[in-house]
Design a binder for this molecule. Structure first.
Ligand SMILES: CC(C)(COP(=O)(O)OP(=O)(O)OC[C@H]1O[C@@H](n2cnc3c(N)ncnc32)[C@H](O)[C@@H]1OP(=O)(O)O)[C@@H](O)C(=O)NCCC(=O)NCCS
Length: 171
C-alpha cells in the first residue's frame, strides 16, 4: 500500500466516494456530483501547498492507477480555535481488510514523526461501527458526542482525540 497526494485527475475516485449513497450513508447521504471537480482541484492545491495532507490510497504500488480510498489530515476553525481532524474512506471492494486502520496509522505516525498537527480529532457517526472500532484500536480517546459540520450539513458524531506522540498504540 502507498499513499500519494490527491491530484486534479482524481475526480472519478471522489465521485465514487462522495456521490454514492452507500459510501455516504453515515455522512448524511450522497453529495451532488456538480462541483466535485472543483472540490478535487481545491484539495489538490491544498495538498501541493502542504497546508493539508490529502492522500489517495494506492493499494498495490505495481498498479499506480488504482485507488482504494482516501485518508486526510487537516486543520480548521469552527469558531472555538483551530482543530486538527483526520478522516478516512475506503471503497467497498477494498473494505474489511484492515486498510482504513493501516492508512490512518500511517498518517498519524507521520504526524508524530514530523511533530505536526498536535492533538488530532476524528468525528465518526455514532453508529459507524468500523470507524469507531478503528479509533479505539489506534489509541484515540472518546471525548463524547457532538454535532459535526460536514459539507454544508450537520451530523451527530463521536468526538475522538489522539496525541500521536503519546497515545498511538504499538503495531
Ligand atoms: C469506515 C470504513 C473507512 C472502514 O474501512 P475498512 O478498510 O473496511 O476498515 P478496516 O478493515 O480497517 O476496519 C477498521 C476496524 O473496524 C472493524 N470493522 C470493520 N467492519 C466492521 C463492521 N461492519 N462492524 C464492526 N466493526 C467493523 C475492524 O475489525 C477494525 O477493527 P480493529 O481496528 O479493532 O481491528 C469504510 O467502511 C468506509 O469508507 N465507509 C464509508 C465512508 C465512511 O463512513 N467513512 C468514515 C467517516 S468517519
Amino acid at each position: 500500500m502507498r499513499l500519494r497526494d490527491v491530484t486534479p485527475d482524481d475526480v472519478d475516485a471522489y465521485l465514487r466516494m462522495r456521490c454514492d449513497p452507500v459510501m455516504m450513508a453515515d455522512l448524511g447521504g450522497p453529495l451532488p456530483a456538480d462541483g466535485m471537480a472543483d472540490k478535487v482541484r481545491r484539495d489538490a492545491a491544498a495538498a501541493a501547498a502542504d497546508t493539508a495532507w490529502i492522500k489517495m490510497i494506492v493499494p498495490d504500488p505495481r498498479v499506480p492507477g488504482e485507488v482504494a480510498g482516501t485518508v486526510c489530515l487537516w486543520s480548521h476553525d469552527d469558531g472555538d480555535g483551530p482543530v486538527s481532524e483526520i478522516g478516512w474512506m475506503v471503497l467497498p471492494e477494498f473494505q474489511g481488510r484492515g486498510l482504513a486502520g493501516r492508512v490512518t496509522r500511517r498518517l498519524l505516525e507521520q504526524a508524530r514523526d514530523e511533530d505536526r498537527w498536535g492533538t488530532v480529532h476524528a468525528f465518526p457517526a455514532t453508529d459507524n461501527a468500523a470507524s469507531n472500532a478503528l479509533c479505539r484500536s489506534l489509541g484515540f480517546r472518546l471525548l463524547g458526542e457532538r454535532d459535526v459540520p460536514f459539507a454544508d450539513r450537520v451530523l451527530r458524531g463521536n468526538q475522538w482525540a489522539i496525541t500521536p506522540r503519546t497515545d498511538l498504540t504499538p503495531r
